[in-house]
Design a protein. Sequence first.
Length: 259
Amino acid sequence: MRRLTAPGRRAAVALASAAALTGILVGGYVWDTEVKDDKPSSGPETSSQGRPAPPRQPVPESIAHAPEGGGKAVTITIDDGPDPTWTPRVLDVLEANDVRAVFCMVGPAAQAHPELVRKVVAAGHRLCDHTMDHDVTMDTKPVAYQRQQILDAQRLIEAAAGGAKVEYYRAPGGAFTPDSRKIAAAQGMRPLGWNVDTKDFELPGTDQIVRTIKEQLRRGPTILFHDGGGERAQTVEALRQVLPWLHDQGYRTAFPVIR
């Protein structure tokens, strides 16, 4: 090995020190950009753990309301679960009326109750990403936060489901942003809106929930219920009453469009 002279050793030390300092500055810059950047990344989406999300077939970024197949149809959507008390009761009512719904699940709840997620899938219903923390102010938060909320929830729900795909994304409280829609759509989750808000989470009474549906159905086909976030006996009873009524009025039930 060739020995360095004293001047050579001093030059090498200076060069190494400069390289180390540059590395520190570059590392700091990259970290700062990831935290503060409000623009969605042009690279592959990742979870907050830094793992690349699996490649998906992109879907439209627009918010879906229409039912698959068109015509006189309604879409039943169920938010905020799964819940060990209320999800099974909702599933029983849906099964009794031969209705399939979209369950918009919160990531940690799905992780805590994988048996319920799999029961939903086994019954022929579809899954929807309703974020990690149900933050209704998501539209005021940085893009990195929105990405974490969406992609981490997708990962937890699909893991709980045993691999079944999450097909939709619904922003808590309707707090969609162009960025959140883009993030979800790139991962194959169609943004999903609603037309009829039953306000069942306010516990207005079964009669009022049913009345709201009958009065607001002219606004569009997608009806919003909840099976999580609190006591849902009124929701269960309202579904028991309104699903036969919808059938009697000539409505079929359908899933929302994905593409």
